[in-house]
Design a protein around this ligand. Structure first.
Ligand SMILES: N[C@@H](CCC(=O)N[C@@H](CS)C(=O)NCC(=O)O)C(=O)O
Length: 203
């Protein structure tokens, strides 16, 4: 069995990095340095033509898109470790939060970044569109906060790959200067999740 993980710190690879650490499976890490042009090199583009991290190569097969990798890792290695449910409705619940994060929350955060982030050219930014995006993020965080009301973790009493994935994304929310203080359930859950020793092992 061989697992190779292509990553860059503080990126979309971080939630996957954390899952690999929690799973405790042997894996090799390959740092992709964007400034050195590593992502655009032909050997990396063969693994991910999108030129992005993360990529996981398992027994010679390359998987890109962090949500897909998380689901794959959960199904393949997570069930026996108690981090991912066996096939059935509980598995569906875990999958829905992973996908929600990348598709719904990720889409709104991307609009915040495009309109307020320093990297977008000035003439392409639009304050009204940015404020709309911020409101959309706030509405989504309210949904997450409500889900965590009365629960230790997203889908029940024990941590799953969904908690690793979604709580890791909260750091991205903070990086975008969005305030999490109106969401006490999110803050308490983040502390529960990120106090695990594996968190700091996966920047
Ligand atoms: N939807 C993709 C997004 C991947 C992505 O955007 N990765 C960024 C880092 S957060 C990247 O590799 N960017 C390449 C670059 O900046 O050159 C996923 O979730 O895997």
């Amino acid at each position: 069995m061989s697992v190779t993980f292509y990553y860059s710190p503080q990126s979309s690879a971080s939630p996957v990095h954390w899952t690999l650490e929690e799973l405790g499976i042997p894996y090799e890490k390959v740092l992709i340095d964007f400034r050195a042009g590593d992502a655009k090199k032909p050997e990396f583009l063969k693994l991910n033509p999108n030129a992005k991290v993360p990529v996981l190569v398992h027994d010679g097969v390359a998987i890109f898109e962090s949500a897909a990798i998380q689901i794959y890792l959960g199904e393949t290695f997570g069930v026996s470790k108690g981090l991912y449910p066996a096939p059935g409705p509980q598995r569906g619940e875990v999958m829905k939060w992973i996908v929600w994060t990348n598709v719904s929350l990720g889409e709104a955060l991307s609009r915040v970044g495009r309109n307020f982030g320093g990297w977008a050219p000035e003439e392409e930014r639009n304050v009204k569109a940015g404020l709309r995006a911020k409101q959309d993020v706030a509405d989504l965080l309210q949904i997450l906060d409500a889900q965590l009301q009365g629960r230790s973790y997203l889908t029940g009493d024990s941590i799953t790959v969904a908690d690793l994935h979604v709580s890791s994304w909260m750091e991205y929310v903070r990086m975008m200067q969005l305030d999490l203080t109106p969401y006490p359930n999110i803050l308490a859950w983040m502390t529960r999740c990120t106090s695990r020793p594996t968190y700091s092992a996966a920047p």
